[in-house]
Design a protein around this ligand. Structure first.
Ligand code: HSE
Length: 402
């Protein structure tokens, strides 16, 4: 019998408990031993809950209990979650987490401790919830070189953008609806300003480079400036707008990492990943392109990934299965040198000036639009910014093309 503890009895924590209860027989058959939840740590009491007797408030009880070999850290944050994880790993107990903020910030250190203590720090659920992307990069693609990853890694913003596209709805109005439905947090900044996707792509970039990518150094733009006028132009060109998190690694090991809205063709594999779904395109030297999609958030999809990590730990006692990345900072590529095409929306009065400034650009005309839209030729980021500065407030918005 393998006894585990769940830290945090919120959405994901209760999902892990439910999954282990519902799939108990399957887990026992596959792991060869029964997996039993001995403790659930939470600040709150849960009177009347079927697992009320397992709720404890003192982390020391879990740490000192030699029967506990695996913990699920699903409490979030980088305060107590960091301390508890570090203490558990130092004690040789494996930790499985959905906490992207903690993995992005302290993953290198925590993985090094796990390696030293011959246990595991597992984090499948931290990126794209239930989609098996971490294990894929860690082990399935072990013989290949992953050159780039492009993903829709945030369900909340994907829901908002899908609604804006399909219902011609205003950003603020859809955000309010998403909050009412419980998709978006009351303080939606981490989602809508791209920080959540930034943490997730930082983790993938850590894995791709083998070094530490600081999430605070990732070029990050959110979706709050996207308007229905941008979508009208995208539609006129057979395109859509998605918040993409991207990481590409050069042969010299340097990484270019960005989170930003992109315009992409509707027929692109990520073009019809809609609503709260996530999608990830992985490009490898040998395999070529591979696509992953599914539910990137939610109680049971996320719990499915956490519980699979628990199984991996249970089936490999004394063996570290996750490859660590170094605490050394990854070399970041010069983002101003990156080339792309851009969509630019300007005041109609600036049409001629824009066509002259962006030589070779193609106009895009949306029905009934007040503004002028253009697609520039491929150009370096710094050249593009310089021209936009010259045009000043005539430029209303700009979006990179994928
Ligand atoms: N807020 C996140 C999202 C939850 O919308 O994708 C899952 O990480």
């Amino acid at each position: 019998m393998i006894k585990i503890a769940v830290l945090g009895y919120g959405t994901v924590g209760s999902g892990v408990v439910e999954l282990i209860e519902r799939n108990g027989a399957l887990l026992k058959e596959r792991a060869g031993e029964e997996i039993v939840i001995k403790y659930i740590l939470d600040l709150r009491d849960f009177p009347g809950d079927p697992y009320e007797d397992k709720i404890i408030h003192d982390y020391g009880t879990i740490l000192e209990d030699s029967q506990i070999s695996i913990l699920c850290e699903v409490m979030g944050g980088v305060g107590a979650a960091y301390r508890f994880t570090k203490q558990a790993l130092e004690a040789g107990k494996s930790v499985c987490t959905s906490n992207k903020e903690l993995v992005a910030k302290h993953g290198a250190e925590l993985l090094a401790i796990a390696e030293r203590m011959h246990c595991n720090y597992m984090f499948e659920a931290s990126v794209a919830g239930g989609i098996p992307i971490i294990r894929t990069i860690n082990s399935v693609l072990l013989a290949d070189r992953v050159e780039s990853v492009t993903g829709i890694l945030n369900g909340t913003t994907n829901y908002i953008l899908t609604k804006m596209e399909k219902e011609n709805a205003d950003y603020g109005e859809v955000l309010r609806q998403a909050q009412e439905l419980g998709y978006a947090e009351r303080n939606p900044e981490a989602d809508v300003e791209g920080l959540d996707a930034g943490r997730k792509i930082a983790i993938l970039a850590d894995m791709l480079t083998g070094k530490n990518v600081d999430p605070d150094k990732i070029a990050t733009e959110g979706i709050s400036k996207i308007t229905t006028a941008d979508f009208a132009c995208a539609k006129a060109a057979g395109m859509t707008i998605k918040l993409l998190a991207r990481c590409s690694v050069s042969e010299d090991g340097s990484a270019c990492v960005r989170v930003a809205p992109y315009m992409l063709a509707l027929e692109h594999p990520l073009g019809r990943v809609d609503d709260v779904f996530n999608g990830i395109q992985v490009t490898c030297g040998m395999l070529g392109d591979a696509l992953f999609g599914g539910k990137g958030a939610g109680k049971l999809p996320t719990a499915s990934a956490v519980a699979a990590d628990v199984m991996d730990c249970a089936m490999h006692p004394g063996k570290t299965v996750m490859r660590a990345w170094s605490e050394e900072a990854a070399v970041m590529g010069d983002m101003t040198e990156m080339k792309s095409r851009f969509f630019v929306r300007t005041k109609a009065s600036a049409r001629d000036a824009v066509l002259e400034a962006f030589a070779g650009s193609t106009p895009v005309t949306a029905e009934g639009a007040e503004d002028a839209g253009f697609f520039t030729p491929a150009m370096r980021e710094r050249e593009f910014q310089a021209i936009c500065s010259q045009l000043g407030d005539a430029v209303l918005n700009r979006i990179r093309l994928l």
